[in-house]
Design a protein. Structure first.
Length: 319
């Protein structure tokens, strides 16, 4: 029984984790996919479950797998949605990697269980992404051609598909949240994006649209899409030679997913426009709706450690 791990064992755990992540995220379906290996792995899986050997059909994507099953059933005009398997797909990477680590650490497993484990392991290592397992037939989708993630390892891309397959089938995710392709594409056009945004009841979808527009077109683009209005402006005379204009913008509409500085929900989008004292670059940054005065907002957004009681002045850093 393992009560603790040595430094070497901890290193092994991390190395094995990285190896399994690479098996999935660094897999190149164009060069690594071996149909014969996939076929043999699926047949071994059926045999382990005491099922008759199936015909194995390998397709490029989960969508193609659904189409193949419906084609064979003669239901393409009124397609049925077939369930993908609970085991023998990419979701098994987690638990397979988990037990593989313990095996590498020296934990003993009974021979019969070890044989079954190796069969399951071979299914996912063969390149089986998802499969529809039927009596006498197993339709397997190959691994994705491309997977995009953010720094938190969530499926994410605001500029292209987060997941794409060999046949062109793709899905879009932003920070792990799914969005329809039509909405994703519409975000290139502020007018269309605004129309979808205003007609959408799902606040999660609305926040995704805002994220995409901001990422592609900046805060100015988001401000234009939401038709934000200037509601406060103030001129700050930092020195006799340097003057800055601070502005606050906000939307007329309020959103349940936005909060003010006191975490009160149902607030409008708000922005502070200010000028960098050293470069002269004008910035537009998020701020809170409870700021009524641009100077108060500017004080809040100064570097940490500057007391709120200190005047908003750039006497020594302004150009």
């Amino acid at each position: 029984m393992l009560d603790s791990l040595t430094t070497e064992q901890n290193d092994l755990v991390e190395a094995n984790r990285d190896a399994w992540l690479a098996k999935f995220f660094s897999y190149d379906v164009r060069t690594q996919c071996d149909p014969e290996r996939i076929t043999n792995a699926i047949k071994a899986l059926y045999k382990m479950c005491d099922l008759a050997e199936p015909e194995v059909v390998i397709v490029d994507s989960p969508k193609a797998a659904q189409l193949e099953c419906n084609r064979r059933a003669g239901t393409l005009n009124e397609p049925t949605t077939y369930g993908f398997s609970n085991y023998g797909n990419a979701s098994d990477f987690g638990w397979i990697a988990f037990y593989d680590t313990f095996i590498k650490l020296g934990v003993k497993i009974e021979d019969d269980l070890m044989n079954k484990f190796n069969i399951m392991r071979e299914v996912i290592e063969s390149g089986c992404f998802m499969s529809i397992q039927l009596e006498g037939l197993c339709v397997v989708s190959k691994m994705p051609l491309k997977i995009n993630r953010d720094s938190e390892n969530r499926l994410h891309s605001s500029t292209e598909a987060a997941v794409e397959f060999m046949d062109g089938y793709k899905q879009h995710y932003v920070a792990g949240r799914f969005i329809e392709e039509s909405t994703f594409i519409a975000c290139d056009d502020l007018e269309k994006a605004g129309q979808i945004f205003n007609s959408e009841d799902n606040e999660d979808i609305k926040s995704i649209i805002c994220f995409i527009v901001r990422d592609r077109l900046g805060d100015r683009g988001l401000l234009d899409m939401l038709k934000a209005e200037l509601y406060a402006e103030e001129t700050v005379n930092h020195t006799s030679e340097y003057t800055e204009i601070l502005r606050l913008y906000r939307t007329r509409k309020k959103f349940s997913f936005l909060m003010d500085s006191k975490e009160k929900p149902n607030q409008p989008y708000c922005w502070l426009e200010y000028t960098c004292p050293s470069t002269g670059t004008v910035y537009l940054i998020d701020t809170f709706a409870d700021f009524k005065n641009p100077i108060e907002a500017a004080k809040f957004h100064r570097p940490a450690g500057v007391p709120h009681t200190v005047d908003y002045k750039w006497e020594y850093f302004a150009n």
